[in-house]
Design a binder for this molecule. Structure first.
Ligand code: ATP
Ligand code: MG
Length: 197
């Protein structure tokens, strides 16, 4: 029987309980065998904000997911390097696990952007898309191929990495927003201390 695998791409700077709850909810809803978290590659150029080193983001993701036997972390985007395109992520995962049915999990905001891309048909060939939303939010589904996307409501949507970084920079707590091991990792590596980042 082919396996159903969730793919949760993200910068994970840092990973937080919103990401973990989203993965868990979608896994339950679609009876997924596994969810693979895929931290994005390092942008070559500075964008508006400097992203933390890929290895730090990768290790925080490993720490956060280690206790769940159905969660794992892939290095495909980090090892490819540069900006990550979802088409590349899905093509690489499809090549390494060709018989799996892939479910790409993303925030509804990001899903709206993905749906405005070129080569959208290519994306839908590799995966079913699941947009996670705040309770009560309706995804405007415009021009989506029939049956290619679903939405799942997630209760912890108010947590964001930007808020976690701002909290650390201001000396405020991130306990219970991110897993304990991630709080400790942030402190050990002095991440997010500079408010300019
Ligand atoms: P930032 O605040 O820097 O934008 P983020 O919290 O959105 O970070 P990302 O790593 O950019 O985190 O997100 C990875 C994926 O998880 C994206 O698809 C995003 O939409 C989704 N996501 C982010 N926060 C939540 C949340 N609280 N609940 C569910 N999904 C989330
Ligand atoms: Mg975001």
């Amino acid at each position: 029987m082919h396996r159903k695998i969730g793919v949760m791409g993200g910068t994970f700077d840092p990973i937080h309980h919103g990401h973990l709850v989203a993965a868990s909810e979608v896994a339950d809803r679609f009876s997924l065998d596994e969810v693979i978290f895929v931290p994005t590659g390092q942008p070559w150029q500075k964008s508006e904000r400097e992203v933390s080193p890929a290895e730090d983001r990768y290790l925080m993701t490993v720490v956060a997911t280690a206790s769940n036997p159905r969660f794992s972390v892939s290095r495909v985007d980090i090892d490819r390097g540069g900006l990550t395109y979802t088409a590349d992520t899905l093509a690489d995962l499809h090549a390494s696990i060709p018989d799996a049915e892939l479910f790409f999990i993303t925030g509804a905001d990001a899903l709206q952007q993905i749906l405005s891309w070129r080569k959208i048909d290519e994306l839908f060939r590799y995966a079913h898309f699941v947009g996670v939303t705040r309770p009560g939010y309706e995804l405007a589904d415009g021009h989506l191929p029939e049956g290619s996307t679903s939405t799942v409501e997630v209760p912890a949507m108010a947590i964001s990495s930007s808020d976690c970084r701002a909290r650390v920079a201001a000396g405020r707590p991130v306990w219970y927003l991110v897993p304990d091991g991630v709080v400790q990792y942030i402190s050990k590596r002095s991440l997010y201390m500079d408010p300019g980042r």
